[in-house]
Design a protein around this ligand. Structure first.
Ligand code: GUN
Length: 292
């Protein structure tokens, strides 16, 4: 079997930043510095890493960002009052509350409190609703990044069976909508599988494109995949090893086996991850353009 094409999110995100530079310059010429407020609650180490890589990118592009770190025992009321301040602060065009939140805080309430025009994550019910009727405002960053990878490598979903594993509001649900919308490059026939689906492999074996967003290391194995399928791995899982860090990052796909069968596949790291950040930058620029 021939080698599969590696779908490099690093490469695609570099071209996204290139395309964005004129839009950033136009905003700066108007004295508008696109600004993102990031809210991080608690000490979850994976969330800390994600937030740091998001803010590092914003700093590198000379965009404005500020992280509000709150202790894990912060009250819901206090968090809601911070978001209310950020909604009113014209310095910030986008607000991102890193998920998951501690159990005593209602994520729904928090997401609902973000001004939809500043909801660059696209999680607010108004933005989720607009996407579901095919009139998106802010598209959640990871699904948007996946569509951009497919577009970059000219992988058209028309007349293709797309199988999405996972139904989260962050990835599974919105990517199932995007892949099935009647739009250029999409128009796929999408099936969502989840923890309640019996015999998942009967679906994956028929899929032309498989998008795995379960958070289960190595879930998709080669026997579940047909020859020449396109595989998009959304998982970023920490697995203990003997390295200095004490862990390595692996996806939801069993890489060694599946990459021998797939025609194209995203690596972990370097696949979907960099695209999530690039789309966050793009959404924040869009928010700044809309609010100017
Ligand atoms: N947690 C995992 N992915 C995301 C994301 O895209 N945005 C936010 N806010 N939290 C997350």
């Amino acid at each position: 079997m021939s080698e599969s094409l590696i779908l490099s999110g690093k490469e695609v995100s570099a071209s996204v930043y290139d395309d964005l530079s004129d839009r950033i310059d136009a905003l700066l010429d108007n004295d508008i510095i696109p600004g993102l407020a990031v809210v991080l609650v608690g000490e979850d180490s994976a969330s800390q890493v994600y937030v740091r890589s998001k803010t590092r990118t914003f700093n590198k592009l000379k965009l404005h960002t500020k992280t509000y770190e709150l202790p894990s025992n912060v009250t819901e009321e206090k968090l809601l009052s911070l978001i209310s301040e950020l909604n009113d602060d014209p310095i910030f065009h986008g607000i991102l509350v890193q998920l998951p939140l501690p159990k005593h805080i209602s994520s729904d309430k928090v997401i609902n409190s973000i001004l939809p025009q500043k909801d660059v994550d696209g999680f607010h019910p108004e933005n989720a609703g607009l996407l579901s009727i095919g009139r998106p405002r802010f598209i959640p960053c990871t699904p948007k990044g996946i569509m951009r990878i497919l577009q970059h490598y000219q992988i058209d979903l028309r007349r293709k069976n797309v199988v999405v594993l996972g139904r989260s509001n962050i990835v599974g649900r919105p990517i199932s909508i995007l892949t099935s919308l009647k739009t250029e490059g999409a128009n796929g026939t999408t099936t969502i599988c989840h923890s309640g689906t019996p015999d998942i492999e009967s679906y994956t074996k028929r899929a032309d494109v498989i998008i795995v967003a379960l958070g289960v290391p190595g879930f998709l194995t080669s026997d579940m995949v047909k020859d020449n399928a396109v595989v998009i791995d959304v998982g970023i899982n920490r697995v203990d090893d003997d390295s200095d860090k004490g862990y390595k990052l692996v996806g939801d796909v069993e890489w060694e086996g599946v990459c021998r069968k797939a025609s194209a596949i995203t690596p972990v790291p370097g696949g979907v991850g960099p695209m999530t950040i690039a789309m966050l930058v793009e959404n924040t620029i869009e928010a700044a353009e809309n609010l100017q």
